[in-house]
Design a binder for this molecule. Structure first.
Ligand SMILES: Nc1ncnc2c1ncn2[C@@H]1O[C@H](COP(=O)(O)OP(=O)(O)OP(=O)(O)O)[C@@H](O)[C@H]1O
Ligand SMILES: [Mg+2]
Length: 500
């Protein structure tokens, strides 16, 4: 809820506000299972929307979809409203919501092109070895420099095959690649296709600016990515979240200090990103979190315990809501100490003790103050959400999707001419030329025979031979010239290797 243009998040000894001009300094919502993290996220997202700031969030349990409907009154809600003294400040209301789904079932499809995603994230998605990743980099370099468009996985497969077949031609300029590596890449690509990964790639590709929209009344759209299925595959989930972050980062111009963020991105189940992540990836994540702030983008991580996140990342999450943690095992006790240590202490209570005592929907809260310094930690009750808690029916969802002004834009399947089509055409042209050459050879032989019978045929033969040479020359050059026909510009890649 908004109060004096500030985000009213909680009530403790006094009201606790998240300041919009500090909201791009990132945040963390932590707490054990069932302690109120999702509702806190909801309350925050609702307020950003009311403030005119669009948000993006991944809905892992499908319990965020209810934001498109007004909340339902209940005894427990009335109790909380009374306890927090919200009175007539509080009303049940819905928020402008857009549903997205990589599989296109529970929302507008979210797709990207292989060219856009780039070799770095794709190598992660395919779980490639270092040698295979290097080969993939090289294949992208060839495609990028030749301006060859890779839209979907079949384009990439054609490109891999093409580079494999012409290994010797490319070796001088790009380095050598072993046939076994090409084979392994082909197999990984097939495996990704089999697991449904091919659906992510293609067009219409997501236009990230469609997330950064407000409705006719000036409220920010809440973009909900249906992630029930997606989150079952942590690599897929985190790669996609990283790709979205890198899209935002690469496409958004520098903003300097703004009075509110341009968009806020919530990263639920954030521990998935950091478990077993290679060091190079962690460094990139740290870097992007650091840099994205100046573009007016706030990132909020949601995880059970702050110790799920690496210290350099944690150090950048300035706005914090810590729900209850358990402290039974030594590891849990350590996590509680870590969580407590990140707060600026309040002389009225022992942070470490309180963390284990908090009730559902109660939290330790510390947001940045006007000067950008962390506020003293407060023990406070998070406001109840104004929209419906929990999920919605399929019909309710369908209504939102069908009525969306983006429906038409994202429901069309496009398959423009790209690497697959061009290289297939090349293949066909090669075959046709070979057949033609064969036929002409046979004709020539026949003609030779005929020559003995009639000298006049010699002239015709000469012309035919000319045609053969030309066809062969054309085939040799055609693969490269075909590449030149597409896109026609080389691609510059950004921090995560996605195209700029
Ligand atoms: N601020 C709040 N106002 C009203 N009810 C709340 C609030 N916070 C939590 N609750 C109640 O507690 C329940 C559990 O909260 P929530 O779903 O946010 O927990 P969680 O930490 O996200 O759990 P999990 O780790 O399982 O996802 C909610 O369904 C709701 O009934
Ligand atoms: Mg939750």
């Amino acid at each position: 809820m908004l109060h004096d243009n500030k985000i009213w998040m909680a009530v403790g000894d006094r009201p606790v506000y998240l300041l919009p001009n500090q909201a791009n300094r990132h945040g963390l919502i932590a707490g054990a299972s069932g302690t109120g993290k999702t509702i806190t996220l909801k309350v925050m997202a609702e307020s950003f929307s009311a403030l005119g700031v669009p948000v993006f969030l991944a809905d892992i349990k499908s319990d965020l979809a209810g934001m498109c409907l007004p909340g339902e009154d209940s005894e427990s809600m009335q109790k909380r409203i009374a306890k927090l003294g919200l009175g007539e400040h509080f009303s049940y209301t819905s928020f402008p919501t857009r549903f997205w789904d990589i599989w296109g079932e529970f929302g507008h499809p979210v797709k990207t092109t292989v060219t856009d995603m780039g070799p770095y994230l794709l190598a992660r998605l395919l779980d490639l070895t270092e040698v295979q990743s290097d080969a993939l980099q090289m294949i992208f370099r060839i495609a990028d420099e030749q301006g060859m468009l890779l839209l979907d996985l079949k384009d990439l497969r054609s490109m891999v095959r093409y580079v494999g077949e012409n290994r010797k031609t490319f070796a001088n300029e790009y380095g050598s690649v072993a046939p076994q590596t090409i084979g392994a890449l082909q197999r990984s690509l097939l495996a990704l296709e089999d697991s449904g990964g091919d659906l992510f790639f293609g067009e219409p590709a997501l236009d990230i600016f469609d997330w950064i929209r407000t409705d006719s009344t000036g409220r920010g759209y809440i973009n909900i990515l249906h992630s029930v299925k997606l989150a079952q595959n942590p690599t897929l989930y985190t790669t996609f979240m990283l790709w979205m972050l890198s899209e935002l980062y690469e496409r958004m111009p520098e903003a300097g200090d703004l009075d509110k963020p341009r968009i806020v991105f919530f990263f639920d189940e954030a521990h998935m990103l950091f478990t077993d992540a290679p060091k190079a990836l962690l460094q990139k994540v740290e870097q992007i979190i650091k840099l994205i702030r100046s573009k007016g983008i706030g990132i909020y991580f949601i995880s059970q315990s702050p110790s799920d996140l690496p210290d350099p990342v944690l150090a950048q999450l300035s706005n914090r809501v810590q729900h209850a943690l358990r402290a039974y095992t030594p590891a849990e006790q350590k996590a509680v100490r870590t969580a407590a240590d990140t707060f600026r202490t309040n002389p009225n209570f022992d942070t470490k003790e309180v963390i284990t005592e908090l009730g559902t929907g109660e939290a330790l809260v510390s947001f940045l103050d006007e000067t950008g310094a962390p506020g003293i930690v407060e023990r406070a009750w998070i406001l109840p959400p104004q929209s419906k808690m929990g999920t919605i029916t399929d019909e309710q969802r369908k209504k939102v999707i069908d009525n969306s002004d983006l429906f038409i834009k994202y429901s069309q399947q496009i398959d423009r001419e790209s690497a697959y089509e061009l290289l297939t055409k090349e293949e066909e042209a090669k075959q046709a030329a070979a057949e033609k050459a064969e036929k002409e050879k046979a004709d020539a032989e026949a003609a030779k025979k005929a020559e003995k019978e009639a000298k006049a045929a010699a002239k015709t033969k000469k012309t035919e031979k000319n045609v053969v040479t030309k066809a062969i020359e054309r085939t040799a050059n055609s693969a490269l010239s075909a590449i030149g026909r597409e896109l026609g510009r080389s691609i510059i890649r950004g921090l995560f290797g996605s195209s700029k």
